[in-house]
Every structure is written in C-alpha cells, then in structure tokens.
Write a protein that binds this ligand. Structure first.
Ligand SMILES: [Zn+2]
Length: 283
C-alpha cells in the first residue's frame, strides 16, 4: 500500500457529547468501546492507524457548546492527545467567536500549544463562514490570525444530520468570501460540499489558489461520479474518511476502495499523501 494521510478523523472527548449527539454516534455501531479506548489512549489509536495502513491522521475537533457539547477545552484536550505522537497526529482545534473574549489571541495561543489547523463548522457553530462581513467581527480576526500563523482552516461544507444542525450555513459558496478576503489563508472545504453542493466546491477549489477540499464522508467508490474531473484538481484534494462519523465504514476499507478508482498513479499519490504532507509538514 502507498503511504496514506487521513486528514479527517474524529478522535474526540466523548465525555463532552450532549446525550442525543452521543446517541447518534452510538447508533448501529458495535465498536463504541473501541472508540472510548482510542479517545483515552493515543497508543491504542496509533495501533489502529497501523492496522488501517495510515501513516498520519488529522484529528478534527471544534467548539460547539450548543449543538454537540464541545467547550473550548477541546483544544487543550486534542493538543495534549497529539503531543503523544506529533509526527503522526495532526491536531485540529477551533475558536468559536461567541465563546471567547479575544478570538485573535486565542488563535495565537492554539498555535503555541501545538494546534496545526483550525476547524470552522458553520452548521454546528451556528454562523455562516462569511459572517464577518455581516457584523461578526471576531470571525474575521480568527481568519486573519490563522493566516498570520500559517494555520490552515478547514471549513465544514455539506449536510449534517445532528439534531439542531443548521444546513443553511453548510454551502461551500459561503466560503468564497473567505478566500477573496484572506488570499494567503489555506482553506480546506471538508467533504467537498457532499452531497448537495459538489459543483460549488469544485468551482471554488479551481478558482482560489489556496483553497483545497477533502473527500471525507464521500463513499470512495462514488468519488468519480461526484467529481468527474477529479484529476483536474488532484493538486488540491486531500484524502480523508470522517471516521467514525455516523454512516462512515472503516478506514482501511475506504482506502482500498479509493485505490480501486481508475485514476492516474500520480493523482492517487497526491490525494492520498503528498498534498496533505505539503500543507502539514512534520516538525
Ligand atoms: Zn467530520
């Protein structure tokens, strides 16, 4: 197997989940005890990555007290967790403009404690990714400081079925403003707008020099149906699974299905590894 970076995995503080969000996570899965063990022990999770054939993983966390239950403590939690293997675990944290007094200073602090990327989850954080143009000043400060610190920002795009999620904020086109106003900021559109807005994601990734997308949450065998011109943007696409999100099958199975796609070897390597390695060099 070629080397793989899965840029979108959720290792999360399970104790923070609100009851019905947790119920959705548990629904129909028999491996919840494993998830609890992975969340508690980085070593156990690293063994899981070894078995799945994954060299490095982006571990996505974000502040969402209202919808999911995550408080600003998620940042320190995931930074501590990834410190167990900084060469393999890439910590993503977040700053919610409504839950911090100085959003810009918090971005600087996260960069210092080892957070490598910021997640913006508009449908779970309940604001539009371009709301800084509409009065949400601290959000603009977050992008500005992320750009200054060289922290990529991953913006969730595509539908969510968590109770209370607001999908009106989930359209990729809302992130167009971000790359217009912060052209040096690396923006990653998570899930490529899946399943309603993939054309928007494709357009934006081609339009903006520093805009990328990940393909997590999209069944790999459907990827070329969703993005028939995937190879045109092979320099801007990152492999990810969104595991263990609701409805996402195993990591290894996803890699195998991706490897079976009829795309060039060069495109496959870029998407599976090189693009993410360039954005998140080991340090
Ligand atoms: Zn996700």
């Amino acid at each position: 197997m070629p080397p793989v970076i899965d840029i979108h995995i959720h290792i999360q503080p399970l104790h923070m989940f609100k009851p019905h969000a947790l119920a959705l996570m548990k629904r129909g899965r028999s491996d919840f005890a494993d998830l609890e063990r992975y969340a508690a022990e980085p070593k156990a999770f690293l063994r899981f990555l070894d078995e799945a054939g994954v060299e490095r993983a982006g571990l996505i966390n974000y502040v969402s007290p209202d919808v999911i239950g995550f408080t600003p403590d998620v940042n320190d939690w995931i930074a501590r967790y990834c410190a167990a293997a900084p060469g393999r675990l890439i910590a993503f944290g977040s700053v919610h403009p409504a839950y911090v007094t100085d959003a810009g200073a918090e971005v600087d602090r996260l960069a210092k404690i080892g957070i490598r990327g910021l997640k913006v989850h508009p449908s779970h954080q309940l604001y539009s990714p371009n709301a800084y143009r509409d009065g949400l000043g601290p959000l603009g400060e977050i992008y500005k400081r992320a750009q200054a610190n060289g922290l990529p920002v991953m913006i969730h795009t595509g539908t969510s079925i968590f109770p209370g999620a607001r999908n009106v904020y989930a359209q990729p086109i809302l992130a167009d403003d971000v790359s217009v106003d912060f052209p040096d900021l690396v923006v990653i559109l998570a899930h490529g707008g899946r399943p309603l807005w993939m054309n928007e994601a494709f357009f934006l990734v081609r339009r903006h020099k520093n805009m990328y997308m990940d393909v997590s949450g999209i069944p790999p065998q459907k990827l070329l149906e969703c993005f028939p011109r995937l190879e045109d943007i092979a320099d801007k696409v990152l492999f990810g699974t969104d595991w263990p999100g609701p409805g996402v099958p195993g990591v290894r199975g996803n890699i195998e299905k991706f490897l079976a796609l009829p795309i060039s070897e060069a495109a496959r390597r870029k998407i599976l590894y090189n693009n993410a390695a360039r954005l998140f060099p080991v340090r």
